[in-house]
Write a protein that binds this ligand. Structure first.
Ligand code: FE2
Length: 365
């Protein structure tokens, strides 16, 4: 049933989470009997983390290449590989990594119990059968992928960047271990952390809201500001805070929708293959008129942390008309967030010319 059919949205959040430094050592307690499939960010290949996992004979690790963000084709490929290799589905799917890895694990867990291809489930509440039991273990904080009810994938053919938005997409169990974010490079730590700040303020500025969602979003923003206004954003305490902010921001989004930033950011990802969190930060360059207060705070935090927010000119010098059209289409397709932010008539505000002007602002150095 879609949003419009319900007076109130029945909201599911994460059922179980283990939180604390070293919590990953308790993974074995929450695994189910039977073989397990691990999706792990390829960064961890040959790292010590792998040796600490409670691997059994038939378990398998699939390393997720995070150079490219998940595509529907890649998810289909994982499914075909697993179905071909094993008669029965795994008992547990474990995702260990950032947003792209956590989302890949979620998408495959849905697809193994639902027939067809990944693209069949891009949208809202299209997944019919419950997914494989799954455990999420984030190793970077900010995307909220650990708590959200979506798993973002790009359909390269149609240009649609949209996840399987479903209650079945939500992880059954999380392990939130702030020790795992120690080695994240500063820039990535900032860009990714800002994802939770951004989707939380988008949610708070929207019209589809309620008090619970607002409370999650406000606390996520408060924690982000504490972290990024401080002297050492990666202190032990701040890594705990940012992991909490990421989780709460993900819960906020499970209660509501994003706004103007994410659709534009999705346009950049689809057309120029820019990673989500960096694309968000580039998009902020064009967002002053929509979110003046947050625009100011965002650039103040970047300055405080000595993080340079790239211009779009890092990726492209001139955008031709053909690319503008693609950008426009892959932005405007995100109707729900844009209605949330700007109302039913959002296309009257975001005309083709207006969208072009906003992308041009991102090009300036
Ligand atoms: Fe995001």
């Amino acid at each position: 049933m879609g949003e419009k059919d319900l007076k109130y949205k029945n909201t599911k959040n994460i059922h179980y989470y283990l939180f604390g430094n070293g919590a990953i050592s308790q993974l074995e307690e929450v695994l189910k009997e039977g073989y397990r499939i691990y999706f792990i960010d390829s960064y961890f290949k040959n790292k010590d983390l792998i040796k600490t996992l409670p691997l059994q004979k038939d378990d398998e690790i699939i390393y997720v290449d995070t150079i490219n963000e998940p595509t529907t084709d890649k998810i289909d490929e994982y499914k075909q590989y697993l179905v071909k290799k094993n008669k029965n589905n795994p008992s547990t799917i474990i995702g260990i990594g950032g947003g792209a890895t956590l989302d890949s694990a979620k998408a495959v867990a849905n697809l193994l119990t639902n027939e067809g291809r990944a693209e069949d489930y891009q949208g809202w509440d299209l997944v019919k059968n419950p997914a494989i039991y799954k455990i999420g273990i984030p190793t970077i904080s900010g995307t909220g992928a650990e708590a959200s009810r979506t798993c973002v994938m790009t359909n390269v053919k149609s240009g649609l960047k949209l996840g399987m938005n479903s209650d079945y997409t939500i992880y059954d169990q999380l392990i939130l271990d702030p020790n795992l974010t120690k080695t994240v490079p500063d820039e990535q730590y900032f860009y990714t952390g800002m994802d939770t700040y951004i989707h939380s303020f988008e949610s708070l500025n929207g019209s589809f809201r309620h008090t619970v969602g607002d409370a999650f979003a406000r606390e996520a923003i408060r924690l982000c500001k504490e972290v990024f206004d401080s002297e050492n954003m990666k202190s032990d305490e701040n890594r705990e805070k940012l992991m909490t902010a990421s989780y709460l921001g993900g819960c906020a989004i499970a209660n509501s929708f994003v706004g103007v930033v994410h659709p534009f950011s999705a346009g950049l990802s689809v057309v120029f293959k820019i990673h989500h969190c960096e694309a968000n930060c580039i998009t902020m360059r064009g967002m002053e008129e929509f979110y003046p207060k947050e625009y100011k705070e965002f650039f103040e935090m970047a300055e405080k942390q000595n993080i340079e927010i790239p211009s779009l000119s890092k990726y492209v010098k001139n955008i031709d008309e053909d690319a503008f059209e693609k950008l426009y289409n892959s932005t405007i397709i995100h109707e729900k967030p844009l209605i949330n932010a700007l109302g039913e008539d959002f296309k009257e505000i975001l005309t083709y010319e207006k969208v072009k002007e906003i992308f041009k602002k991102m090009l300036k150095d």
